[in-house]
Design a binder for this molecule. Sequence first.
Ligand code: TRP
Length: 336
Amino acid sequence: MSQKKSLTLSLVVLTLLLTVSASLAQDAAEPIKIGVLQLVEHVSLDASYEGFVDALAEAGYIDGETISIDFQNAQADQSNMVTISERFVKNKVDLILAIATPAAQAVAAATTEIPVIFTAVTDPVEARLVESMEKPGMNITGVSDAGPIDEQIGLFLTLKPDIKTIGILYNSSEVNSEIQAKQAEKIAEDLGLKVKFGTVTSVNDIEQVLLSIAGEVEGIYLPTDNTFASAMANVAKVTEEKGLIVIAGAQGMVEEGGLATIGLDYYKLGVQTGKLAVRVLNGEADPATTPVELLEDTDLLINLITAEAIGYTFSEELMNSADIIISEADVIPYAE
Ligand code: TRP
């Protein structure tokens, strides 16, 4: 090789090396990308996202500074969930947060490589997101919101000791709800209660199903069903008219028209999820071997506004033992 040729070659190699290292340096400076897929907007899910963002910020992962969060709400639409999940994969985000079961299932179908953290998923094993709670096995782990269904059903007897029949309502296409409905049925029957089921396939069926079951039951149990949770105003319209007790799986559902629950705080759930994500981002935890977490502490929440609307009076004992009481004072008056 002539000297001139080898000089040209070394120059080419040098330029190449420089270009590569420059682009690597640029990569390092780029903020960490986090994709968030939330199934739908309702108070519980919104609160869990808020908690997640706060926990990340607490650990130095601040949106717009050290990280960039691409938040997407799928409006409860299956094809939206698929499109958004695929876009996250195409954009090579560093981590995905999936909020609620159907969202986590869509994300799980789109990637086996990007770490996925879920939150507010009732039963990740039944939903086929993980192999087991202790050892998820793949790129996915998270925090489950399985609540104290036994205490929630027991609440019917505290509220109305002579109650005989309850209705359990849910969307039959939500696996999270189906599991809870079955568990609730067993618990209710063990307590000597009769159970009637009412199922919907969309928000549009809610009033109709409630009206058709109202005459046969004295109380309604709603699991953490995303369809019902996003339409509590429709529920309240019927249950108030019929004077029905509503016990729901989540505090947010009671704030928006249910009567009572013993449920978890979704903001806290989100904070716990954020802490888990931080461990994964720091390289301290691998989803495959990081157990799914649960949130243990729950609160008794009662709604006095609903009570008044259905003509119910809480006992003094219950008023005293409630951790959270929703009353007129919490309703923010309209600005003048
Ligand atoms: N647990 C539900 C799921 O797995 C999601 C959810 C969380 C929820 N909180 C809720 C649903 C409150 C209804 C109400 O998809």
